[in-house]
Design a protein around this ligand. Structure first.
Ligand SMILES: NC(=O)c1ccc[n+]([C@@H]2O[C@H](COP(=O)([O-])OP(=O)(O)OC[C@H]3O[C@@H](n4cnc5c(N)ncnc54)[C@H](OP(=O)(O)O)[C@@H]3O)[C@@H](O)[C@H]2O)c1
Length: 262
């Protein structure tokens, strides 16, 4: 198994990406410490993992709160002795209204930039402080296509994702000499997730298309003419977290199925 006995902490583990990655990590032998803003959805995922024969504990942790993250990591290292993988997949709620940048309130613009950079900074550095002791570990980030290409009506979402990718590279430059890899995943919108269904529906409505037409338009931009799946993203997450990816750090995997050039 690719992650046998690796101790992995997942933030936002009750969400679509967090839960898919948690299941994939567990099926490759990782010991999971799953966290989220609210405990109930995380407990559902942990129970699922345990009933499938894996190891998972659920905890309520606000990934924007440095002290809460620190307390949780202390409890993980007290119990498991170390942290090998930190995977942050939190997602703040998408705005219900799509407002053009020239009309966007400055607070609304700043919100995703502040929240995502803060959460990735806090979770990464607190994990790194533990990983340094073993001179080993993997810190993982999740971003989205607007980090690299202009997409209308995403407000501060594009700058937020670009900042997280820059942080991924900066952390790697500082931590790789100490044996810690920092890597990111940049998935395209996966239509099976509630977040994408909801935001695609808003775009579709605004542009006078049906959800199916909008979905087809997105798929047509990819090389295989389809959108990617959570399972495909989770498989890449497993590889990137594993020692098999020891040659990769300071980089973000492009999971756009060809729709975004490197
Ligand atoms: N879905 C996609 O296809 C896709 C594609 C590319 C990039 N992404 C990006 O990947 C991230 C996750 O997407 P997703 O689809 O998995 O979203 P999701 O299903 O909405 O899950 C997000 C999770 O983050 C949790 N969360 C929010 N704020 C938190 C906080 N302060 N502390 C701890 N947990 C917190 C939420 O918990 P509560 O619900 O309990 O608040 C929720 O469980 C987002 O940044 C998104 O932009 C998603």
């Amino acid at each position: 198994m690719m992650l046998e006995d690796k101790v992995a902490v997942v933030y936002g583990a009750g969400g679509a990406i967090g839960s898919a990655v948690a299941r994939a990590f567990a099926s490759e032998g990782a010991r999971l410490f799953l966290t989220g803003h609210h405990l109930a959805p995380v407990e559902v995922v942990a129970k699922e993992v345990v009933s499938a024969g894996g190891s998972a504990e659920a905890g309520e942790v606000d990934a924007l709160d440095e002290q809460a993250v620190d307390r949780h990591l202390r409890s993980v290292t007290d119990e498991a002795g170390r942290v090998d993988i930190s995977f942050n997949a939190i997602g703040i709620p998408s705005p219900r209204l799509r407002v053009p940048l020239v009309e966007l309130d400055v607070e609304q613009f700043s919100l995703p930039i502040t929240a995502y950079t803060r959460s990735y900074f806090v979770t990464a550095r607190l994990a790194a402080r533990r990983m340094v002791a073993n001179r080993s570990g993997v810190i993982m980030t999740v971003t989205a296509i607007p980090s690299r290409t202009g997409i209308p009506l995403v407000g501060g979402g594009g700058p937020a994702m670009a900042a997280v990718e820059a942080l991924t590279r900066g952390l790697s430059a500082e931590l790789a000499p100490q044996g810690i890899r920092v890597v990111g995943l940049r998935p395209q919108g996966m239509p099976e997730t509630a977040r994408i269904k909801e935001s695609f529906e808003l775009y579709a409505k605004a542009s006078g298309m049906t959800w199916e037409q909008f979905h087809e338009l997105g798929a047509a931009r990819t090389h295989p003419r389809r959108l990617s799946t959570l399972a495909e993203m989770a498989n890449v997450a497993v590889f990137m977290a594993s020692d098999q990816a020891s040659g990769m750090t300071g980089t973000v995997v492009n999971l756009s199925l060809g729709s975004l050039d490197d």
